[in-house]
Write a protein of this length. Structure first.
Length: 298
């Protein structure tokens, strides 16, 4: 098992392009499975059966792991055994029919469309920082980028005349994302305006540079969003990811199809995107209850 796990992790890093964070999680989860199997005298992948893996899942829950954590362990060893079958080490995949624990679904919190409008009205476009922040917030809400993708957006990734940007997301996969007219216009204003105050020589490759012309950090942008939320008197906890959640939820609420939203968000599995349909449905129910004369039965 030691060699099998080592081989899988090397393949996942080089061929699949998994992030170091994901690889670290998988390595830790697979090491626990390996130790559990060793305690039962099993050191060869061929000795692992569906029954053993089901027993392992029960052991994870019995020892206090949450359903969500146990589901992550299952995802790790499923990837391992698929790899071993692909490489011809195993003839069949013992993890194929092992049932996953079903974690309770936690719906992401989102801003209302009115709250987004209020937040985006806070930056002062007459200053260099305000002009940059306004363009960043509009771009984030217009595209649903992850915060890392936003702060690391390069000028070569902009295709504003054609109406889209390109980014490299998780797994080093490139995706094309439409960008609206307002966000495009604000980026143009920023590039032709106060950006030169932060990068006088124009040498920085980043679209949204820091005051020293470098790449703005995730933490710095998080601080800027919190600052504008306080100015707007938005009481909800706020983060760059909340605007990503809001982007997806508002698109679906206005009739976008799930597959298109999945592609724009860069989700590998559509089930990850489906959670936003639940958010949109719950928001519509709340609106109905609040505003329909017979919507609230209490």
């Amino acid at each position: 098992m030691d060699a099998a796990i080592e081989g899988y992790l090397a393949w996942a890093r080089i061929e699949k392009g998994l992030s170091e964070n994901t690889l670290s999680n998988y390595a830790r989860d697979l090491a626990l499975l390996n130790a559990w199997l060793n305690e039962r005298g099993i050191e060869d992948p061929a000795g692992v059966s569906r029954g053993l893996l089901s027993e392992y899942m029960a052991w994870l829950l019995d020892t206090g792991r949450s359903m969500r954590t146990s589901a992550r362990h299952r995802a790790a060893y499923r990837q391992l055994f698929r790899f071993l079958v692909r490489e011809g080490v195993l003839e069949s995949d013992p993890s194929l029919l092992v049932e996953a624990p079903r974690p309770s679904m936690t719906l992401p919190s989102v801003l209302s469309e009115q709250e987004v409008e209020l937040l985006l009205s806070m930056p002062d476009p007459t200053t260099a920082i305000g002009q940059r922040d306004l363009a960043m917030l509009e771009t984030l809400y217009a595209t649903g980028l992850r915060v890392t993708e936003l702060v690391q957006l390069r000028r070569e990734n902009l295709h504003l005349d054609a109406g889209y940007i390109t980014v490299r997301g998780k797994g080093n996969k490139e995706r094309v994302i439409p960008i609206g007219d307002r966000a495009s216009a604000l980026i143009r204003v920023w590039l032709g305006g106060h950006r030169g105050d932060l990068d006088p020589g124009g040498h920085s490759p980043w679209v949204f540079s820091s005051p020293k012309g470098g790449c703005l950090s995730r933490g710095a942008f998080w601080y800027r969003i919190k600052h504008y939320a306080r100015l707007a008197e938005i009481r909800k906890p706020i983060s760059p990811h909340k605007l990503r959640h809001s982007f997806a939820t508002h698109l679906l609420a206005h009739g976008a199809d799930l597959r298109s939203v999945q592609m724009m968000l860069g989700h590998a599995d559509i089930s990850t995107t489906q959670i936003y349909t639940h958010v949109a449905r719950e928001r519509l129910k709340a609106i109905h209850a609040a505003h329909h004369p017979r919507g609230d039965v209490d």
